[in-house]
Design a binder for this molecule. Structure first.
Ligand code: PLP
Length: 408
């Protein structure tokens, strides 16, 4: 059977035309395809830990299957998981949430999606801090809102300044999406730095805060993580605190994200989810109960491995000619700048005019897959995910050093 070459005019939703496919997923797929075609490729594009999910969590899922926990659940999540989430927020963040204020979705991305889709009206502004996680502006656009991009400069450690935040807020600002440890920069905020921002937010009661704390447990060098509603209880009534098991427990494929916030917002998100995916997988929810309530001793072990890798990558990249790589406090990414390399020519004869050119040439010439900075709203940079073996990281950094050394 032959397939039509195009869809009828006007068939696709206009909202779809406003967004791009996820560039990080695209890079990961390209690296996979090249590998499958026999090329020697080191993929540093994927945003997922390379560790396996801990055994106690897997066993909890197997036990749930054996018990027959294989049916639809409540839209908001099973009561056991909602109770575990409320306990987690109290234990780790000093935040008081009742289970009724918590909510579970298939992945942290779906929490962001539900929150924005449930609240955005045309013209509503949402502040996204560049370099941002690729999905924020696109979800805002899908929801008919207007992303307002504020840049957190490398000179400020990729941290939003109170002045820049204040200047970006207008009467139309509905949300700020705040993410730390940051993807792609790894930047974190001390309690004092966070307080300076919450002081600004206290002056603007129309602004709600979606704080994406996905990488909370991936902080290094004794850094103390704090979250918005903890630092400024005055913002509790307009903060949605989001988190998930994907990164901290190496559970990206299980698809569980969660949040807590004002009950009326949770009810609105629940209404939306009831007409889309209904509920997160029952089995993955039971596994997440074990993740949150069970032993937490592998978290410091993960941290130690990641910290060593961060130090390795930062040191090797700073030895690459023309590259400057700040040392972030968290997540498993670094975000070096290539500002001194723009305008140079690669061995292939191609001029490196943008960070996308850099990433493309690096993949073609050396087989190292990274994500270009433009995807995160701040150029000329690129992102490396160091959630892979030390041997692969060393080899990738050696190739990057060679690539930069050969630019003329
Ligand atoms: C900052 C940030 N938030 C949310 C997510 C989404 O996580 P999940 O895989 O649970 O949807 C990611 C995943 O890459 C992320 O980097």
């Amino acid at each position: 059977m032959s397939q039509a070459k195009s869809l009828p005019k006007g068939f696709l939703a206009e909202s779809l035309g406003r967004i791009q496919p996820s560039p990080t997923i695209a890079v990961t797929q390209k690296a996979r395809d090249l590998k499958a075609a026999g090329r020697d490729v080191i993929g540093l594009g994927a945003g997922e830990p390379d560790f396996d999910t801990p055994d106690n969590i897997k066993e909890a899922a197997i036990a749930a299957i054996r018990r027959g926990e294989t049916k639809y659940t409540a839209v908001e999540g099973i009561p056991e998981l909602r109770a575990a989430i409320a306990k987690k927020f109290k234990r780790e963040n000093g935040l008081d949430y009742t289970p009724a204020q918590t909510f579970v979705s298939p992945g942290g991305k779906m929490i962001v999606y539900n929150a924005l889709m449930a609240t955005l009206n045309p013209g509503d502004e949402v502040i996204c801090v560049a370099p941002y996680w690729v999905s924020y502006p696109d979800i805002v656009l899908l929801g008919g809102g207007k992303p307002v991009i504020v840049t957190a400069k490398i000179e400020d450690g990729f941290r939003l300044t109170p002045e820049a935040l204040d200047a970006a807020i207008t009467p139309r600002t509905k949300w700020i999406i705040f993410n730390q440890p940051g993807n792609p920069s790894g930047a974190c905020y001390t309690r004092e730095q966070l307080k300076a921002l919450t002081d600004v937010l206290m002056k603007h009661p129309q602004v709600w805060i979606l704080t994406d704390d996905m990488y909370e447990h991936l902080v290094y060098g004794g850094f103390q993580f704090s979250t918005v509603a903890q630092v400024e209880p005055g913002l509790y009534d307009r903060t949605l605190t989001m988190n998930g098991v994907s990164k901290a427990y190496s559970m990206t494929g299980w698809r569980i994200g969660y949040c807590a916030g004002p009950e009326l917002l949770i009810k609105a998100m629940s209404k939306l989810q009831s007409q889309s995916v209904s509920n997160a997988s029952s089995i993955a929810q039971w596994a997440s109960v074990e993740a949150l309530n069970g032993p937490q001793d592998f978290i410091p072990r993960f941290q130690k491995v990641f910290e060593e890798r961060r130090d390795l990558v930062v040191s090797m990249l700073n030895q690459a000619s023309g590259m400057e790589c700040p040392k972030p406090e968290g997540a498993f990414y670094v975000y070096p700048t290539i500002r001194k390399l723009i305008g140079k020519t690669a061995k292939s004869g191609k001029v490196i005019a943008t960070d996308e050119d850099f990433a493309t040439e690096l993949l073609e010439q050396e087989g190292v897959a990274v994500v270009h900075g433009a995807a995160f709203g701040l150029s000329p940079f690129f992102r490396i995910s160091y959630a892979t073996s030390n041997a692969a990281l060393e080899e990738a950094c050696r190739r990057i050093q060679r690539f930069c050394g050969e630019l003329r």
